[in-house]
Structure formats: structure tokens, C-alpha cells
Design a protein. Sequence first.
Length: 278
Amino acid sequence: MTDPAIHTYTADESGIFANAYVLQTPDGVVLIDSGLRVSDARAIGKRAAALRGPVLAAFVTHAHPDHFNGLPYVVGDDVPVYAATAVAKTIAEIAEPKREQWQPVYGQEWPDRYRVPERTLGDGCSVELGGLRVTLHELGAGESHADSYLMVESGTKRAAFIGDLAFGDLMHSYTADGHTGLWLALLDRLERELAGVPLYPGHGSPADTRLLSAQRQYLLMYREAVLRISDGRPSLTDEQKTELTAVMAAFLPQAALPWMVGLGADAVARELAEKAGP
């Protein structure tokens, strides 16, 4: 995909290595996701401004703060923001609780305001901006409570912006929303649906569908380890979470943010226990 140029901003570890993408067209720029912290958002805004074109629109791939928090600081109040209907609804529901949870950790780096995407799109709906066709594919719950991916087309070139449906080996995966079974089903679907299309993830480097295969392997390993260590119970003790973290660190030795492993342990244990039933 040579036109538009795709510029990537990647946060550091404190910003959870989140990617935001600035797509440069002859008519202006299109933003995909917007970072976690105030400093991330301001850096993304400077990157967009340096391209000397108006921001035509912003898109949000899914309902996690490291992808929607920065919107007010990057695009203000006037630029249209698009998202799947369920993504916008979920952002409206979780933005304040997430601030209450994380602002004590991040302080002034956590935004004091947020923006809910007001241009909602149904599955398969497209928007044409700056010579691009952006088609939204709504996926439902997976890595988050509301996921989607964006297919961006320019002439015969295509690229898919897949949010956090695959992390690669950069970092451990976020599993705390507890939908890993649905996530695995989405990976099976997208491996067929996105064959031959370059994939731009919310964390990590662009790749092909092998990125989805690697994510499947991670989730299968994580679920098996949680089930074994919890012995089918809906939660893990602190000692069991430490054991789980060691197992996943051995599985993916180079991955950053090992605290993510324990963060999602109870949610996945509960998910698996409910699946097993009485």
C-alpha cells in the first residue's frame, strides 16, 4: 500500500506499547486509534500536524483506553470520529470507570476528559475520505467487550487495521475482559477472511496472518495453563497467578509486560468454569 503513507506512533512501556496510525493522503490525514496517555496523544497530534494536512477523521478499532483515551487531545471536538456501534456504546459505558481505576496510577497522564465516537457504523459500512475507502467490520466481543477491524482500500491496495485481535511476540496479551473463547473463534474467521492482506495491529509490527496464528497459540496455552493451575475453579490465588506468570514467561520469553498475565487470570478462570458448568 504505497498511497497513502502509513505513519506509526508507538508508545513506550508505560503507554503499553500501543500503536496509533496516521494515514497521509493528498487531501489530509486519517487517524486510527489515539493512544493511552496525554503525552501519547499530544505526540500523535504533532505527528499529524507535521504532515501539513487537515485531520479528515479518526477511527477507533475497539473499546480499550489505550486506543480511545487520546481522542480529545489529538482531534479536539470538531473532527468526526467513527467506530462500530458497539464500540462507541462500550466506550460510553467504561470511560469513567476506567478513569477511576487507572488515574491514581497514571496521575495527570490519564486524560481528564474523553470523547465517544459519534459517527457509528454498522458491519460492512464504508466511508470515503481523502481518496480512501474505509470499511468497518464489526466483530463483537473478543479481546475487548467490543472489537472491530478496518479495511482501508486505495485503488487496488488494501490493508487491515485489526486493533488488539493479535499482539505478536512484543508483549503478553490482555485477557481481562474474559472472552477468550470468542476471541479464538474470531481468529479462525479472520485467518480466512484476511488472507493476503497486510495486517496492522494495535501492538507490534505489521505482519500477515501468521500473526493471528501466533495469537491463537498464545490463547490456547494461556487457557490450558489457567484451567490446570486453577483446577477448574473460577479464580486463582496469588501463588497460582505467580505460577501462571512463570508458565507464560517460559512460553514467550521475550514478551514484555508480564503483569498482564496475572491481570486476566481470574476473568479467564471464571470464563472456563462457566463453560464447564455444574
